[in-house]
Structure formats: C-alpha cells, structure tokens
Design a protein around this ligand. Structure first.
Ligand SMILES: [Ca+2]
Ligand SMILES: [Ca+2]
Ligand SMILES: [Ca+2]
Length: 332
C-alpha cells in the first residue's frame, strides 16, 4: 500500500520513495538543506559518480574454480569517473602482494585445509618481534597490514567464500589494519547478480596474540553505493562518515534504473595503515550478529579457531563497500 498523501504524491513519484518504509522516511529536504549536505560531503573529500563502469579487468583473483558447481563469480575491477573528472577504481584496486595460506578454499583449493599451519611462512616486519598468526574470513575480500606493512591478501576477492591464514613477526605496540571490500558485479554501483542485488559485506579476524575483531576497532567507509542521492550521507563534526540512514534498497537498484545509481568515493590516505596515522575521527567498528552476517562454511567449519572474534564492518553493512579497519594493541 502506497503511503503518499495527495499533496506529497508528485514528490514521492519523482523520488520513487513511497514504499512500505516511506511512512518512517523523513520529509524531503529543502533545496538549501540538500545543497548544504552536498557541500559537507565535498568538504569531507567525497566525490560522486553516476552509473556503472563500462568494463572491468580481473582483480588478481581466479577466473574459474576447479570444482564444477561451485558458486563462482569473477572479481573484476572497473573505473568510474566522478563529476569533477576524477577516476576511481570500483569496487577497489587490489594490492599486488602475496595471498595468504588457505584455511578453507573450495575454488582453487580442496575445501578445508587441515594442514594450513605447516604451510605458513612468516612475513618479517620487525626482526625482533613476535610471531603472530591471523585467521581471516571476509565477505568478500581483505588485505592485512601490520605496523604499516602489507602482510597478505585474500586469494579470492569475490565468491566462493573462503578463509585465509597469514603469519608475521611484529613488535609491540602492534597496529593491525584490515582493508575490506564487499565485492560487486555491476562495477561502480554496488550491486551483484542479474537481479541487481545490493550485496553485503563483513569481516571476522582472530590473531594468535588474542586480538580479535570487535567494537574496539575503528572502521571508516571509503566507497558507498548504490545511492539514489548521496546527500543521505551524514558527515560528523570530525569528518566521520555515516551512511546508516541511507536506504539499503534505493529506488535505482534495478536493472532498468541502475544507470542512475550514484556512488560516493573517498580517497584512502596513503598512510592509513601506519601506526602514526590518526584515526581519532573514525567511527568505532559496528558489530553484527551471526544472523546479520550469515557466515558461510569457510567460517563455520573453523568456528572454534576464530574464538570470540566478532563480525564487524562500518555502520552500513549493505552499501558501505570499501571499509578500512584499525586497532593498535599496546602489548600482550
Ligand atoms: Ca574472499
Ligand atoms: Ca554492498
Ligand atoms: Ca558481499
């Protein structure tokens, strides 16, 4: 049942925002409020693109799986232009470095890898540090940096879902930094499958020094899509981004209208993973329930090894598609 009043019908028709949730939706903002919102986003470094990339290239990820019948989607990266002539990788550029050791990989591996511990090699960051092993499961892609140095990346950037182990030697205080991407098929508009589904993200990580993902981490979003209008993004006093009030089912999220979908892009600071980077303005990571995250076999088969690590992301697990997460541990 549409909830538009006669008076508001014309506005509702234009915005296509009169679904079941429209009763709770705020009144359309005035032109001056929208202009102020756009100005705040631009001042915070936000850039707007519209529509999907025309093409993409493989994201250093498999082009097929060994096992027939696996739900495979190739991870590709496209380029979209913003309204000021800038170009952005969508959903994200991928670090060219080494992949970690498979914990679970039923695409290019043989499923559960019971002998992963014997296959680990150590990335030496600080020669006088301690050896720490990370177990990571991401929906869909991660890169791990420790004390500002790249350690490993996810070998499968899209699907099927997998999990990965990486070992490194680092000295306390240790700054953990995860770069996480909810991958997409329709590059630049944050959607997947023929039905233009708005996919979701999430990541869970356990480190052998007892550090786990939880609300004590910081998490900031750098690519938000799909959006009917980027002015739904709220910018905090210190510049933190909050898309939690943006629709997770925008009207543009259909095959017919996807070309009108917009995206917000923010540049990743070159030193974002470094210990000295100031993440004071970043929001705390949001913890998601098991039901919200929906862990797959790549996690559930290893659940006891992940211990009490929590499923985390930024404040919008649906449309925040590139999320950087950090935590510094003083000592263990
Ligand atoms: Ca993956
Ligand atoms: Ca998404
Ligand atoms: Ca996903």
């Amino acid at each position: 049942m549409k909830t538009c009043t006669a008076l508001a019908f014309a506005i509702c028709t234009v915005l296509s925002a009169c679904g079941d949730s429209a009763a709770q939706a705020p009144q359309p903002a005035s032109a001056s409020e929208l202009a102020a919102a756009r100005q705040a986003i631009a001042a915070a470094g936000g850039h707007v693109s519209t529509g999907a990339a025309a093409s993409g290239v493989n994201a250093s990820s498999p082009t097929k799986c060994n096992a027939p019948g696996t739900q495979f989607a190739e991870a590709r990266v496209g380029a979209v232009a913003d309204d000021q002539g800038g170009t952005w990788a969508a959903p994200a550029a991928v670090h060219p470095g080494d992949t970690g050791t498979d914990l679970f990989n039923d695409c290019t591996g043989s499923g559960l890898n019971a002998s992963y511990a014997a296959q680990l090699h150590t990335v030496v960051i600080d020669p006088d540090g301690v050896d720490i092993t990370a177990l990571i499961h991401a929906d869909n892609y991660f890169e791990l940096y420790v004390n500002g140095t790249f350690v490993c990346r996810d070998p499968i950037a899209f699907t099927p879902f997998n999990s990965t182990a990486c070992r490194f030697r680092a000295k306390y205080p240790v700054t953990y930094a995860l770069r996480a991407v909810d991958w997409e098929e329709h590059l630049g508009v944050g959607m997947e499958y023929e039905r233009y589904n708005v996919g979701d993200g999430g990541i869970v990580a356990h480190f052998s020094d007892g550090t786990t993902t939880d609300e004590s981490w910081k998490a900031e979003t750098f690519y938000v899509a799909p959006l009917d209008n980027p002015t739904c993004m709220k910018i905090g006093a210190l510049g933190a981004r909050d898309s939690s009030t943006c629709s997770i089912k925008p009207a543009c999220a259909t095959r017919a209208r996807a070309a009108t979908c917009q995206a917000l892009h923010f540049a990743e600071p070159a030193d974002w993973a470094a210990p000295a980077f100031n993440d004071a303005s970043w929001p705390a990571a949001t913890v998601y329930t098991r039901a919200q995250f929906g862990p797959k076999e790549a996690y559930t088969r290893l659940e006891s090894e992940f211990g009490d690590a929590r499923f985390v992301w930024s404040r919008n697990i649906k449309i925040d598609n590139l999320v950087l997460l950090r935590k510094t541990v003083a000592n263990r």
